[in-house]
Design a protein around this ligand. Structure first.
Ligand code: PLP
Length: 463
């Protein structure tokens, strides 16, 4: 019976679903594992096989699965008032959620615009930067500065800001007013120190501003850590120096916290508490509802808004909005999620687990084929390379890593395959013992696949 259901699901997917990141040569051919249910940090596949959800869905299942409080809040809201037009009507869930999020954001980022997910959050933030400069009477100040390896979404504008160049082919991406800076990836520093590397990155930004003219640049859009681009953690002090430059040139600093927000880095938001800056705008999604329903949004600085509202509005209307802005069911889910996180101290727990998680990942570096590990809070990765001296993985490294991911899956752990990285960003409720389980599986998988590739243990190589 279960066999048949799984077969049915696979067939329907093959026949009817266009997947995100679909390899077109395999359209209608490739299958995905079918999940049936989930509990805590575990998801269950066909036949009841239990898997640790290493990537927390898609970096989003903060409180884990089977949380009745969130499910009840969703059911209740769907029953009493499933929808209200955000153009004309107010509802309690959206109002309360906005107030709650404003209390969690840094500085004066107290005005919230709700969207349907991360892409629409970043898209709206960028459209806000256009609107801001047009209302201020400087229509030429429109350029957006982003980084290679950044990821910001799949709308036309956010895809154009995405610096994962592998996403570009065969799409008509309009980048005439978008400029790219180098990825702050320390593996690209060569023989420069971290400080020298940072100085060079800062100089590149300053040179670019000078070349383009500050009066043409609206915004700098940056993830605190470049998540989908490879869990890239910029050198210490990077954000503060970039923020200071933005302030000097009246460039909006948009911090894309779609991944890093809601406890992922051990704080509600990472910008200030982890990276020391108060941006002008923060975008969020994913963890705001722990993935139970879609929701995203942005928090905007009051100081910024004051420049284009009230007496300064010049008759303008911010005509950007979605049918599902302020969606009551989504907002009720987010409120329940945040209440749960507060009640159970889940953000504190994530912060407390961070060192243990980083050390556990780092313990894998004794294995051949592990180039390095990186972690902030509960987001981390293991970079797997046949030749760890390369700055970036080549196709062989990627194939090697894919095999490790597949072996992890067989052994009971989902790992997000990302080029030469095994990405791990577990639900924030994960315990030390469960981290040990993940690492034990990864150790076995990397050792076995490494041995199959003829890699020798590092000690053996050294003698
Ligand atoms: N911004 C960042 C930093 C992301 O990682 C993502 C998605 O992974 C997005 C934006 C887009 O979010 P969504 O997929 O919810 O549209």
């Amino acid at each position: 019976m279960a066999e048949n259901r799984t077969g049915d699901v696979e067939a329907a997917v093959r026949e009817h679903i266009l997947l995100p990141a679909q390899e077109m040569a395999k359209l209608g051919k490739a299958t995905q594992p079918v999940l049936t249910h989930a509990e805590g940090i575990y998801v269950f596949a066909e036949g009841g096989r239990r898997l640790i959800d290493g990537p927390a869905g898609m970096w989003c299942a903060q409180v884990g699965y089977g949380r009745k409080e969130i499910v009840d809040a969703i059911a209740h809201q769907a029953m009493v008032l499933p929808y209200a037009s955000p153009w004309y009507m107010a509802t309690s869930p959206a109002a309360k959620l906005a107030r709650k999020i404003a209390s969690l954001t840094p500085g004066d980022l107290n005005r919230i615009f709700f969207t349907t997910g991360g892409s629409t959050a970043v898209d709206s933030a960028l459209r806000f930067s256009e609107f801001f400069n047009n209302v201020l009477g400087r229509p030429q100040k429109k350029r957006i500065i982003v980084r290679y390896d950044g990821y910001h979404g799949s709308t036309a504008l956010t895809a154009a800001c995405t610096g994962r160049t592998g996403n570009w082919p065969n799409f008509d991406i309009h980048q005439d007013r978008i400029s790219f800076l180098s990825s702050p990836n320390l593996r690209h520093a060569g023989n420069r120190s971290a400080e020298q590397f940072l100085d060079d990155l800062v100089k590149e930004f300053e040179d670019q501003i000078e070349a383009l003219g500050a009066d043409t640049i609206a915004a700098f859009l940056a993830e605190p850590i470049l998540a989908s681009g490879g869990v890239i953690i910029p050198p210490k002090g990077y954000h503060a120096r970039f923020k200071a430059i933005c302030e000097r040139h009246d460039i909006l600093y948009i911090s894309d916290e779609v991944v890093t927000g809601f406890g992922r880095c051990g704080e509600w938001f990472a910008s200030e508490k982890v990276f020391g800056i108060v941006p002008d705008i923060i975008t969020f999604a994913k963890g705001v509802t722990s993935g139970y329903v879609p929701l995203g949004g942005l928090a905007i600085s009051e100081k910024v808004l004051a420049r284009i509202s009230g007496e300064n509005a010049k008759g303008s209307w911010f005509t950007n909005g979605y049918t599902y802005s302020n969606q009551p069911v989504a907002c009720a889910a987010a409120l329940a999620n945040i209440e749960l996180m507060e009640r159970d101290g889940i953000v504190d727990h994530a912060r407390e687990m961070a060192d243990y998680f980083a050390a556990a990942l780092a313990s894998l570096t004794d294995l051949p084929g592990v180039a390095e590990t990186r972690a902030v809070g509960l987001v981390g990765c293991v970079q797997c390379m046949l030749d760890p001296t390369r700055p970036d993985g080549n196709d062989d490294d990627k194939a090697f890593t894919r095999k490790i991911d597949e072996r992890c899956f067989e052994l009971g752990l989902i790992v997000r395959p990302l080029g030469d990285l095994c990405v791990i960003s577990p639900p924030l409720i994960i315990t030390r013992a469960q981290i040990d389980d993940m690492i034990a599986i990864m150790r076995q998988a990397i050792s076995e696949v490494g041995a199959a590739h003829g890699l020798q243990m590092k000690e053996q190589v050294d003698v």
